[in-house]
Design a protein around this ligand. Structure first.
Ligand code: ADP
Ligand code: MG
Length: 366
């Protein structure tokens, strides 16, 4: 199973209406329900264009609902079968990552994350009802950001943070953040309250530090626990809004921002190296060289993985757009293992024929 890679081209913003659109879906491909090829001019010779193929390409008019329905809703079924899922947004600052993942306040504007939770709750209620109450589903979440290679709990107010951040550790093949809070949330309303407050915590630090939020990776992890009389099945859905992938060497960095951006560039640079190493089937994947790549460990233990490549259609992003297209092009070659979580048996006497469950560990199957 490979990482599914889809591109989303955002519409022109109000202040861009007089600008040229240079990133489009390919006309030759337009007969398809969802196009798969996009086209962008060669910056060295505009008469020529480059074509990139992905699993799907969403043009400027794609709605939030369309993205969710065609790309994410099917993963919920897998999640409830015990598989881990992961969706992440990659792209330059200003291309629509946060819009895609979080979205706006109105129902139509809601992004992937609130829609995912809404689906999870709907399915939970259905499972509980269909089982006549024999299966109980609990949902909890943790939400944190990685900024300058430090991990901060987004449920903690910025002024209460330990400046050095939370440590991370390997636990049975999974990377865990030590001391991260996990909040139970049994309804969409509860989820939204927690999520909104955490996003305020993220943007409060943004006003203190220059454009902080576009320079941090925000990682939401939703844990679904299904409990019956004799079994407990835990699976996780991760949703990640990565820091902007622009090359900060091209912008006017002052010293402080240079330190910051080298840490951000480093994690995205290490991610690119990991992707390169995996796609070339090298033995050594440099995951451990940044916290973000350790946590993401693409191709190791994320399960069903979707990458949404966000793109701005205008010329001012041309070179950065090309570099994210090249990154995405390599990413689509990555094979990910399905992570099927084995149920934990609650009784000491196991039912006949059941496989032994390994204490909290997950079994990865190719
Ligand atoms: P990023 O998180 O990648 O920096 P944002 O999500 O903040 O980018 O998007 C930048 C701007 O573009 C925001 O004003 C956002 O509302 C707008 N935007 C992005 N994608 C869309 C879209 N599909 N439809 C309408 N507006 C969008
Ligand atoms: Mg953003």
């Amino acid at each position: 199973m490979s990482v599914r890679v889809v591109a989303r081209i955002r519409p022109l913003l109000k202040n861009e209406l007089d600008k040229d659109t240079i990133v489009t879906t390919d006309e030759a491909d337009s007969g398809k329900a969802i196009p798969t090829v996009l086209r962008i001019p060669n910056p060295k010779n505009e008469a020529e264009s480059f074509r990139f193929q992905f699993n799907a390409v969403y043009d400027q008019d794609a709605t939030q609902q369309q993205i969710f329905d065609s790309e994410v809703s099917s993963t919920v079924k897998h999640l409830f079968k015990g598989f881990d899922t992961c969706v992440f947004a990659y792209g330059v600052t200003g291309t629509g990552k946060t819009h895609t993942m979080r979205g706006g306040k109105s129902l139509a504007d809601r992004g992937v994350i609130p829609r995912l939770l809404s689906n999870i709750y709907r399915r939970s209620r259905k499972i509980e009802k269909d089982s006549g109450g024999a299966t109980q589903v609990e949902v909890s979440m943790s939400y944190y950001e990685i900024y300058c290679d430090r991990v901060y709990d987004l449920f903690e107010a910025p002024e209460k943070r330990t400046p050095s951040g939370l440590p991370i550790r390997d636990n049975g093949g999974k990377t865990v953040v030590v001391g991260l809070s996990e909040k139970p949330c049994s309804t969409l309303k509860e989820f939204e309250q927690l999520y909104d407050q955490a996003n305020i915590n993220r943007s409060t630090s943004a006003t203190k530090l220059n454009a902080h939020s576009s320079r941090s990776h925000a990682i939401l992890c939703v844990k679904v626990t299904q409990t019956t009389e004799d079994k407990v099945l835990v699976s996780r859905a991760s949703a990640i809004d990565l820091a902007g992938s622009e090359d900060n060497r091209r912008t006017d960095n002052n010293k402080e921002r240079l330190i910051e951006s080298s840490a951000i560039n480093k994690s995205l640079f290490v991610l690119a190296q990991c992707v390169e190493a995996i796609s070339k089937k090298q033995n050594r994947i440099p995951y451990r060289e940044s916290k973000m790549t350790r946590i993401l460990s693409l191709g190791q233990n994320n399960g069903l993985t979707l990458m949404i490549l966000n793109l701005a259609p205008v010329r001012s992003y041309h070179l950065d757009t090309l570099s994210s297209l090249n990154f995405a092009n390599r990413t689509k070659k990555i094979e990910v293992a399905e992570v099927e979580n084995e149920p934990q048996y609650r009784n000491i006497v196991k039912p006949l024929g059941a496989t032994a469950s390994i204490g909290g560990a997950t079994i990865a199957r190719q």
